[in-house]
Design a protein around this ligand. Structure first.
Ligand SMILES: Nc1ncnc2c1ncn2[C@@H]1O[C@H](COP(=O)(O)OP(=O)(O)OP(=O)(O)O)[C@@H](O)[C@H]1O
Ligand SMILES: [Mg+2]
Length: 428
């Protein structure tokens, strides 16, 4: 019985499938995860009684919250793959390369998967986004780093498939054999949005035939994380002094938080970087000069940096965003660490915040269609996957341009991994 694993290493969720003698199934690698059987792509380190303990997935989320945001919590690790500046990070005195960190994560997936199927697995099909980076050198390095991480985790034969192509294979598998369709696949994740136009229905062909069925691929680095940042910018950052202005000591000019501080405030994992003396000085100086009511907002910011609760704050923002996929309005609620945020957000407002980004997604769909020499009317079916595909404004792109009746979807969090499992059969 030969077994091949398929791993969809996502920015926020990762899923594992197995192909055993041509049959694919999903493996539950995180039984505690309330959303699906995928593993939250996070690592959490905590020093307890002199020993460093590491956690992954939902267990890590829970431990981080229980320990009141103490320790080192790492999310969106995939985002760093094309970042050449990230070489090593020190965790409680031990240095880790990015590959070693991701390997910790892969190792857990491998072990849990092997326990379920009761056999060792050394063959792996890994997913990758269409674009890690516009820069070809960085893109190549990102894939090499992912390969190295899989090797450190103990995989021997490693191959790659593009995430939206894997999703296309998953969709195709649900069709009656021989039913040929031109499918536009949209995979809207946390870090990126990826597209494929694919001729589905020729299930019988080998790998070369399958490759010919891929008519075009496209992708942009825009996903759910960016939408969370937009909510932070427009609705929450005010509570942290984003708009505070004060008179400079040296002239009548007004000054506020530096653009660097504001930029880092929009991404929770960059908030700890605001601990640099230079940025703390900027906040302190502004606090001294600010009006009385504004001083409190800057204290909130200092406290956010000090207590490092950005992750918990962004979780509330993300929760509100997800609720807006089903409801017309929702409330961003955050009452902890001496702050009380209660902001009503309507779907309409949210759509205004992300409109510009959605235009970029639309442009990417245009270029993917153009690369296949097709127009919207040539598309038989749109297959949507990835958590951000639940956002009504995103679905609307396809409803308007291609037609509501042509839209299909399946489990948004596991289609890619399932398709990677199917790809496993093409490897043999
Ligand atoms: N109901 C929902 N409405 C809107 N967004 C949602 C919903 N459910 C999940 N999301 C968002 O979907 C994203 C996670 O989706 P997914 O698991 O497909 O991403 P990923 O595979 O980890 O990322 P990527 O493929 O970009 O690496 C998160 O940004 C999350 O906030
Ligand atoms: Mg994904």
């Amino acid at each position: 019985m030969s077994a091949i694993f398929g791993i969809d290493f996502g920015t926020s969720n990762s899923a594992l499938s197995v192909n055993i003698d041509g049959k694919v199934r999903m493996l539950d690698v995180d039984s505690e995860n309330p959303i699906s059987n995928s593993l939250k792509s996070i690592l959490y380190f905590l020093k307890e009684n002199g020993r460093t303990k590491s956690y992954v997935g939902y267990e890590g989320v829970k431990a981080y919250i229980e320990n009141e945001a103490d320790g080192r919590y790492m999310q969106s690790i995939k985002t760093f793959l094309p970042d050449l500046a990230f070489e090593k990070t020190n965790v409680y005195g031990k240095s880790y390369t990015l590959e070693e960190l991701i390997a910790l994560f892969f190792k857990v997936m491998k072990q849990r998967g092997q326990e379920i199927i009761k056999q060792e697995v050394s063959d792996l099909v890994l997913g990758r986004p269409v674009i890690f980076s516009e820069d070809r050198n960085r893109d190549r390095i990102a894939q090499e780093r992912l390969t190295r991480a899989a090797q450190i985790a103990g995989f021997k034969n490693i191959s790659f498939q593009l995430e939206p192509i894997a999703a296309a294979l998953a969709y195709e598998n649900s069709l009656e054999p021989g039913k040929e369709q031109i499918v536009l696949v949209g995979d809207f994740g946390a870090g990126s949005s990826d597209f494929t136009i694919y001729k589905a229905g020729n299930n019988g062909g080998g790998r070369a035939a399958r490759d010919r069925d891929i008519l075009s691929v496209g992708g942009v680095y825009i996903g759910g994380d960016v939408f969370d940042s937009e909510i932070m910018r427009e609705k929450v950052a005010d509570h942290y002094g984003k708009n505070v202005q004060a008179k400079s000591m040296w002239s009548d000019n007004l000054f506020g938080l530096s653009p660097l501080v504001i930029r880092k405030l929009m991404q929770w994992h960059l908030i700890p970087q605001l601990r640099l003396p230079r940025t703390l000085d900027n906040i302190k100086e502004l606090k001294v000069r600010a009006k009385f009511k504004d001083k409190k907002l800057l204290e909130n910011l200092e406290n956010l940096i000090q207590a490092n609760y950005g992750y918990l704050l962004f979780r509330s923002i993300e929760k509100t965003k997800c609720e807006l996929s089903d409801k017309k309005e929702s409330i961003i609620n955050f009452k902890d660490y001496g702050i009380n945020i209660h902001e009503l957000l309507s779907r309409h407002e949210f759509e205004g915040f992300i409109n510009e980004k959605v235009s970029l997604l639309n442009a990417c769909i245009d270029s993917t269609l153009a690369a296949a020499s097709l127009t919207c009317s040539d598309i038989d079916v749109v297959f949507l996957t990835g958590g951000s595909s639940y956002i009504p404004l995103i679905r609307q792109i396809f409803e308007t341009r291609i037609g509501k009746d042509k839209i299909r979807s399946a489990d948004a969090f596991t289609s890619v991994a399932y398709g990677l499992g199917l790809q496993g059969a093409l490897m043999n």
